[in-house]
Design a protein around this ligand. Structure first.
Ligand SMILES: Cc1ncc(COP(=O)(O)O)c(C=O)c1O
Length: 343
């Protein structure tokens, strides 16, 4: 198998930069389970402040953070509403159900990725002994790389509050949404009780997510984190990477978005490829059926890493710190080479 040279599989593949590694090596540490790792405390405060929330807790991953949040909001036998393609419903092994005893109520997405307000309202159960208690609305932004409309977020969270539901945002890529929408990330976070923010995706840290929100919920999530195996010790070494990422890698997300547009524009010139114009750093490409397998094999042989491909309707190309303009141009040139020979 050819080694991957240009790795578009995900923004999770980034390697810590020399500056980030230096910050990690020099991090002041303590024992975070005792609550006295100063670098973790600084990171938790920094992320919470950026998101305009009073408290934060460091988590090992987005999956652990979403699960701890869902369990902090919902008790055994309660229910949460989420999109049927939401990461916390479909891509986290259904952990909320089998580890948290929380029933998911998935809803279909509209073509723009939102959930219809009427569907949300209809899914909220009345107080009846036959039914699960609906406790939480969980949304995601960005969703598949799309920036969710702020007016919809405001309406959906207001609807949830009218029905006494709490609200959680899977904001794994919420900084991408803020940079692309030219909006303060705190404005996106404002209507939510909790927000999970990943540092290990476009922000380029090797590990880590911070869950922010109201102090009582964050205290519960911190307790749950220990049961979920996320009570780490001298984890300031990792938190230092997150602080470095916050300082150096937020505004530059605009470069990833520009590279994604450049990639999409290049692919859009090829008739056999159907390309969705990206809002942020994720480009979805549908390949004409007869080319799907040979083109996917060609890309792999040429050293391009992507997800999807053969057997799947779409390819996913993700831009990030470690694939710049030159990698994008190589990908477009390779696509042109393949299709000019094949058609
Ligand atoms: C939207 C979203 N939420 C949550 C996660 C989970 O993050 P992790 O891989 O750190 O568990 C991901 C991972 O790709 C994601 O894309």
């Amino acid at each position: 198998m050819t080694q991957i040279r240009d790795d578009f599989r995900s923004d999770t593949v980034t390697r810590p930069s020399p500056g980030m590694r230096r910050a990690m090596a020099e991090a002041e540490v303590g024992d975070d389970v005792f609550g006295d790792d100063p670098t973790v405390l600084r990171l938790e405060t920094a992320v919470a402040e950026r998101l305009g929330k009073p408290a934060g807790v460091f988590m090992t991953s987005g999956t652990q953070s979403n699960l701890a949040a869902l369990m902090a909001h919902c008790g055994r036998g309660d229910e949460y509403i989420a999109g049927m393609d939401a990461h916390c419903y479909v891509h986290e092994q259904g952990g909320a159900a089998w580890l948290g005893s929380i029933q998911p109520q998935p809803l279909p997405h509209q073509p723009d990725g939102t959930l219809a307000l009427g569907d949300i309202e209809a899914a909220i159960k009345e107080d009846d002994a036959h039914l699960a208690r609906t406790r939480l609305l969980a949304l995601e932004n960005t969703f598949g790389g799309r920036v969710m409309p702020q007016s919809w977020i405001d309406d959906a969270t207001a609807l949830a509050r009218r029905h006494n539901l709490s609200t959680h945002l899977d904001g794994a890529r919420v900084f991408n949404a803020a940079v692309a929408g030219n909006i303060d990330v705190a404005d996106i976070a404002r209507p939510f009780d909790t927000i999970s923010v990943c540092l290990s995706k476009g922000l380029g840290a090797p590990i880590g997510t911070v869950l922010v929100g109201e102090p009582a919920l964050i205290a519960t999530a911190r307790r749950l984190r220990k049961a979920l195996g996320g009570g780490l010790r001298q984890v300031g070494i990792i938190a230092a990477a997150g602080l470095y990422a916050l300082e150096h890698n937020v505004t530059r997300l605009a470069d990833d978005h520009a590279n994604a547009r450049r990639l999409a524009d290049g692919f859009a010139r090829i008739p056999a490829l159907t390309v969705t114009r990206p809002d942020t750093n994720i480009v979805w490409v549908t390949v004409a059926a007869e080319h799907t397998k040979p083109y996917t094999d060609f890309l792999a042989a040429e050293g391009f890493g992507i997800t999807g491909g053969y057997g799947r309707a779409q390819q996913r190309w993700v831009t990030h710190l470690d694939v710049g303009e030159a990698a994008v141009d190589r990908a477009v040139a390779a696509a042109e080479r393949y299709f000019s020979a094949a058609t």
